[in-house]
Design a protein around this ligand. Structure first.
Ligand code: C2E
Ligand code: MG
Ligand code: MG
Length: 687
């Protein structure tokens, strides 16, 4: 086979091409025959009989010499020719062997090998073509190599072949080719040039490998890197990438406007907690489907009386799930900001129809925050953050709403963010202090315990709890703050218990934040802290606000009884500010009610409030609970509280929360006599 031989020649340039060998052989034998004939003829003519010259003896002797010489020459030349013939035979055998080897390799190779001539015609296709692409040799021979190549790739393939022919060196190329079954396969090809002896390009050897599966795997990997595994929507990375591109376009074209809609499913946690995570996942998949359907380009925005053109002018949307129960829509090429609001409304409408998850009917609402390109950050992360801030605003102002991000929100969010950073630094630098506010027994005016209250001692000044506790609680930093404060407070209390012994010993009330109360391992955390601080659990009261306790009554009851089992006392803090009734507290194993300051402060000026406090105290006693009045500031309030039988009080009248040194002095003073605020009252009680 000519082409194979050429390829073999190409791959082993040490051997001459077969044509050259054949040419040399022709030349050799032709020359040998010609020389032999000439010499034979010369001998014959010299020895022609009847010549008169035969009679000349000297001539005859010379002639014999000539003939002998010429004969020897003919013999030598023929020997040389035979020798050359054997040499060429050897080369020919080697070539045949190489040819056979090439055939063996090419016919068994998984790669498709094609030899293309100078005009671009296929002159050889290895059998792998049939195995990989399904075409028979005849089909390949009768079609042009470009015919099966994907139309979009043809120019590239042709260009590469042309370049290889000109430069003599081929490069790696990827292109799509049509399989006999109609599917497209991806081939990776490398072309090598076949050169003639004089260096001219005679054709190309192209080795093609089917990389369809590899490509598919690569594409799947790339897809996974940019898509959410559960819903197959764009993930955060892809969203940020598209958002980044939208920002670049909006910078270049003032008319280009986009909006980012941050959608958070309200109360999704309840679905997860009550029906389990698989049900939560199923709901997310259904939500994703509805959102996709709702954002499909053709019906993206329902604009009444709009023309076809109008509709087409609204751009594409990217729907992403950056995580959890959050979905984000990047609505591009907005004509008007109201378009985005319409999308949001449309989304909320679509979600309003109940979902069916494993036979459970689930009603879903969403809080949506919108950030417009005209009024948001210049960075993708920033835009996402702004939309999220607006979403939180929607959530905090009643859920199932839509809010548009504005600069005031940005300023608020920045402040909050700064506070969060500062809080973390504050924890690192141990800037949190414990202040103690005495709790006074109204029967004898003596200090019976303290409420531990945190203070943030910043270099710029003292920060009060109301300015940092809410953020510390939301971010969970409160846990680190308490971990720093509690051991110190326990240690301090033990020292005071030793210095000022009493029966029962001085106690410590500690505030439990919602975040802490939500932690399943709170009881073990508390017991560990008490153990570390060497504290008797009976000397510690945990304060839980009424609102937290009532949020999930069933769970609270279980948690409170676990805490109770540790031996600690349980107080309901800020009682009266929530919407609970005393009877609802019955199921909880609490010991004390702390009546909120709001009631105490009004009781001396408002008879109705006075009556409420009186009833609370009475009902609490009926339930076997003790009562502490918070925020007692005046003697009149104190007198009234004593009169209605309240056991304990806490307030500025006795002492503001103070550091351990101040409180130490106060304790020392109260040992020798009744503290000033209670003296008169105590007299009246005893009297
Ligand atoms: P709370 O637990 O109800 O604490 C009582 C608050 O009332 C304290 O405010 C105290 O200074 C204030 N107070 C006491 N007597 C009077 C009074 O006669 N008049 C007035 N106007 N106020 C009085 P503070 O220390 O600013 O704490 C505010 C809230 O911050 C606390 O309310 C508590 O809920 C929270 N908090 C403080 N420290 C911590 C803490 O370490 N952990 C947790 N989770 N919360 C804390
Ligand atoms: Mg408290
Ligand atoms: Mg309170």
């Amino acid at each position: 086979m000519k082409s194979q031989t050429e390829l073999a020649n190409h791959t082993q340039p040490a051997l001459p091409p077969i044509r050259q060998v054949e040419g040399r052989e022709w030349w050799l034998w032709g020359f040998a025959v010609a020389v032999t004939l000439v010499l034979t003829f010369a001998i014959l003519s010299l020895t022609f009989p009847g010549s008169h010259l035969y009679t000349d003896r000297v001539y005859a002797l010379n002639l014999r010499e000539w003939v002998r010489g010429l004969t020897a020459l003919v013999l030598l030349f023929d020997i040389y020719t035979i020798y050359q013939h054997f040499q060429l035979q050897r080369v020919r055998r080697q070539l045949a062997e190489r040819d056979r080897l090439f055939q063996l390799i090419s016919e068994n190779a998984a790669d498709m090998i094609a030899v293309i001539d100078r005009e671009g015609r296929r002159i050889y296709n290895s059998p792998a073509y049939q195995k990989v692409l399904g075409y028979s040799q005849d089909e390949l021979n009768t079609t042009s190599p470009l015919e099966q190549i994907h139309p979009d790739d043809r120019a590239r393939v042709q260009g590469a072949a042309e370049k290889a022919r000109i430069t003599g060196c081929g490069e790696r190329l990827e292109y799509r080719i049509l399989h006999k079954d109609g599917s497209w396969r991806v081939l990776e090809s490398t072309a090598s040039v076949i050169c003639s002896a004089d260096g001219k390009t005679e054709g190309l050897v192209v080795v093609n490998r089917d990389i369809t599966e590899r490509k598919r795997a690569e594409e799947a990997l790339a897809h996974n890197a940019f898509h959410d595994g559960l819903t197959n929507l764009a993930n955060r990375t892809l969203l940020l990438d598209r958002l980044g591109r939208a920002l670049v376009i909006s910078r270049r074209h003032v008319d280009f406007r986009f909006a980012l809609l941050f959608i958070d499913i309200d109360g999704f946690k309840v679905v997860n907690d009550s029906l389990g995570h698989p049900a939560g996942d199923a709901l997310l998949i259904q939500i994703a489907r509805r959102l996709t359907a709702c954002l499909r380009r053709a019906d993206t925005v329902s604009r009444p009386q709009q023309s076809e053109d109008d509709q087409a002018s609204f751009g594409d949307n990217t729907l992403a799930r950056p995580g959890g129960d959050e979905f984000v829509v990047l609505a591009e090429e907005l004509r008007d900001p109201s378009d985005a609001i319409r999308v949001a409304e449309r989304i909320r409408e679509k979600l309003a129809t109940p979902f069916d998850v494993d036979g459970h009917e689930i009603v879903v609402t969403a809080s949506i925050g919108i950030a417009f390109s005209s009024n948001t950050s210049t960075e993708a992360q920033g835009v996402l953050r702004d939309a999220e801030i607006a979403m939180y605003r929607a959530k905090n102002t009643g859920k199932a709403r839509c809010e548009v991000f504005d600069n005031a929100m940005h300023a608020g969010a920045l402040k909050r963010l700064q506070l969060e950073t500062d809080l973390r630094k504050g924890v690192e630098r141990r800037e949190f202090r414990v202040y103690y506010q005495p709790i006074v027994s109204l029967s004898d005016g003596k200090i019976v315990g303290f409420e531990a209250l945190s203070r943030w001692q910043r270099p710029e000044g003292m920060v009060m709890p109301n300015d940092f506790i809410p953020v510390a609680n939301e971010t969970g930093i409160i846990l680190s703050i308490n971990q720093q404060m509690l051991p110190e407070a326990c240690q301090q209390l033990r020292a005071w218990q030793q210095l000022f012994p009493s029966d029962p010993p001085l106690s410590l009330s500690v505030n439990i934040s919602p975040k802490q109360f939500a932690q399943a391992d709170l009881p073990s955390q508390i017991s560990q802290l008490l153990e570390q601080g060497g504290m008797d659990p009976h000397c510690v009261d945990l304060e839980i606000t009424e609102t937290i306790a009532m949020a999930d009554a069933e769970r609270s009851a279980a948690m409170l009884s676990q805490l109770k089992a540790l031996g600690v006392g349980l107080d309901i803090d800020d009682f009266g500010t929530g919407y609970s009734s005393l009877s609802r507290l019955q199921g909880f194993r609490v010991d004390t009610l702390k009546i909120d300051r709001a009631f105490v402060s009004r009781m001396d000026s408002d008879p109705e409030t006075h009556e409420i406090v009186r009833i609370i105290v009475m009902l609490a006693h009926n339930l076997g609970l003790k009562v502490v009045a918070e925020g007692v500031e005046t003697q009149a309030q104190l007198d009234m509280l004593v009169h209605i039988g309240c056991e304990r009080a806490q307030g500025y009248l006795f002492s503001k929360p103070a550091d351990h040194q101040t409180i130490g002095k106060l304790l020392a003073a109260s040992q020798t006599g009744i503290i000033p605020g209670v003296r008169a009252n105590s007299a009246s009680t005893s009297g």
